[in-house]
Ligand binder design. Structure first.
Ligand SMILES: [Zn+2]
Length: 69
């Protein structure tokens, strides 16, 4: 995949966590995203079946990350 920002070649890797990864509209620094309202959660990126991470593409030149949700 080519980087949509600079056009350089992107590398395949993983965004990994010891817990679930969420895409949210606001940050939840005290309780974390698990307790966010349903309206605030856009997506949970990984399931127990997916394991600890999701596949992403990184651009080593401009340090951008691209992933699907
Ligand atoms: Zn780039």
């Amino acid at each position: 995949m080519d980087c949509p920002f600079c056009g350089g070649r992107m590398e395949d890797c993983y965004l990994e966590s010891n817990s679930f990864l969420y895409l949210t509209r606001t940050l939840h620094p005290i309780m974390g995203p698990v307790f966010a309202s349903k309206r605030d959660k856009i997506a949970r990126l990984n399931s127990r079946r997916d394991g600890t991470g999701v596949p992403v593409h990184i651009c080593p030149s401009c340090r951008k990350v691209v992933f699907s949700y």
